[in-house]
Design a protein around this ligand. Structure first.
Ligand code: HPA
Ligand code: MG
Length: 233
């Protein structure tokens, strides 16, 4: 238990007073053996280990929904889901927010919009983020916007998206990312909400892909070299 505590802890414990909090998974966290879980047979041999099992992901999102509701209050929001990787996080987060609001005095109205970005090829970040589809951001003027993203690495993609959106003068913009990667970048972007801070490793599963593969894997896992070679483009 003591060992577990030193490898997975809350960010509040890791850095007291920091505004955003999340689970911190340390660099020496060994993860879970794949043999302990079920996963699609077509990925046998392509993965190293399970970094975050599906059940823990969903439970953590329930708490994020509560934190977001507490901060935003009963204001109507536009959820802007960043595709493709954000779709599962967004679906589960919206579901939890809906349940929380259903069990309280007042229903909040929630619209869900989508924007599609591409910034990775194989396991490498592209120089320029491509916005390859999505909503007309003019609809966001005067609104409370919650951007929902799967993973933030350097933060370059998120900064580019925020710059774009802020031109349309939304009332408020908050960013929720399921994962926050510890990169070597000292001035990395930190979202308002995040589920897990993870080591600087390439992860797949729970809608996160490697060249469009592994989105159908429930757990967040580390891909191995065999998997990378098999699906390289
Ligand atoms: N996995 C999948 N997509 C990503 C990652 C990752 O680790 N980092 C940035 N986009
Ligand atoms: Mg993404």
């Amino acid at each position: 238990m003591a060992e577990w505590n030193s490898r997975i802890r809350s960010a509040e414990a890791a850095a007291p007073g920091r505004s955003s909090r999340g689970v911190v998974i340390s660099d020496d966290w060994p993860g879970y053996s794949l043999d302990l879980f079920t996963y699609p047979q077509h990925y046998y041999g392509d993965l190293d280990y399970v970094l975050i099992p599906h059940g823990i992901i969903v439970d953590r999102i329930e708490r994020l929904a509560k934190d977001i509701m507490q901060d935003i209050g009963y204001n109507d929001i536009v959820v802007l889901c960043v595709l493709k990787g954000g779709y599962k996080f967004c679906a589960d987060l919206v579901e939890h927010i809906k349940n929380l609001s259903r069990n309280s005095e007042k229903f909040i109205s929630m619209k869900v919009d989508f924007v599609r970005l591409k910034s990775y090829c194989n396991d490498q970040s592209l120089q320029d983020t491509q916005i390859i589809g999505g909503e007309d951001f003019a609809e966001l003027t005067g609104k409370n916007v919650l951007i929902v993203e799967d993973i933030i690495g350097t933060g370059r993609t998120m900064r580019a998206l925020l710059n774009n959106i802020e031109k349309y003068k939304p009332k408020m913009v908050k960013v929720a990312s399921l994962l926050l990667k510890r990169t070597s970048q000292p001035d990395g972007y930190r979202p308002d909400y995040y589920g897990f801070e993870i080591p600087n490793l390439f992860v797949v599963g729970y809608a996160l892909d490697y060249n469009e593969h592994f989105r159908d894997l429930n757990h967040i896992c580390i891909i191995n070299n065999h998997g990378k070679a098999k699906y390289r483009v």
